[in-house]
Design a protein around this ligand. Structure first.
Ligand SMILES: CC(C)(COP(=O)(O)OP(=O)(O)OC[C@H]1O[C@@H](n2cnc3c(N)ncnc32)[C@H](O)[C@@H]1OP(=O)(O)O)[C@@H](O)C(=O)NCCC(=O)NCCS
Length: 180
């Protein structure tokens, strides 16, 4: 189980750890804030309607399946970031995991994105299952694209009209990283 301390660029201490089932409500509360803060995610303000049970099951799956992982970032016992790799269910896509990252805006540019990527990729390399990581990112999300490229992700395609927000379409890049 991952549980490590990192030092943020502002001097604060941040804990990176895998969640327990008991963290489900804390994660739902975190996601409520995170999704309201940015339009770079698939869910907007008030759109994430998972029940406590659904969140508990999500945590359990990511704890028990060898192609899934969640890493939380906490400062002063408060969740301020969450990242995950979710491998597919059918045998033919079990090796392929979708990566997701969110961080509260107050904590952007402090190095948490870098720390998440480092630990997610290290886990994937050691998983023995994951051979490919992919993600979708809005084409205007410069900060995220820079981060993904830094860790070796390449653009594999462009999805037009991936998001429709307030009557405006947004394109996304499909980005991928092979794990060999
Ligand atoms: C994208 C995100 C995960 C990045 O995490 P972060 O903790 O802010 O990232 P880091 O502090 O580790 O640094 C990211 C890099 O972007 C750079 N950066 C910062 N602001 C930037 C900007 N406006 N434009 C381009 N690059 C920028 C940083 O300098 C850093 O580069 P470096 O590693 O070479 O120093 C985070 O900002 C976030 O959660 N955003 C909202 C949700 C989101 O977009 N998720 C991704 C959906 S695909």
């Amino acid at each position: 189980m991952l549980n490590k301390e990192i030092q943020l660029k502002n001097g604060q201490t941040c804990i990176l750890r895998q969640p327990q089932v008991e963290d489900a409500q804390k994660i739902l509360d975190y996601m409520k804030i995170a999704t309201a803060e940015t339009d770079f995610l698939s869910f907007g303000k008030g759109e994430l309607t998972w029940t406590l049970e659904e969140e508990q099951n999500f945590i359990k799956e990511h704890r028990d399946d060898n192609n899934k992982l969640i890493i939380l970032a906490e400062v002063s016992n408060k969740i301020i970031g969450m990242s995950s790799i979710t491998g597919g269910k059918p045998k033919r896509v079990q090796h392929s995991g979708e990566l997701g990252i969110t961080i509260l805006s107050k904590y952007w540019s402090l190095g948490i994105g870098n720390a998440f990527m480092e630990n997610l990729i290290q886990w994937a390399n050691n998983s023995g299952v994951i051979r490919k990581i992919f993600l979708k990112v809005r084409t205007d999300n410069k900060r995220a694209i820079k981060l993904y490229k830094k860790f070796g992700f390449v653009k594999e395609g462009k999805i037009s009209r991936q998001l429709l927000i307030d009557n405006k379409f947004y394109d996304a890049y499909l980005m991928g990283l092979n794990i060999d």
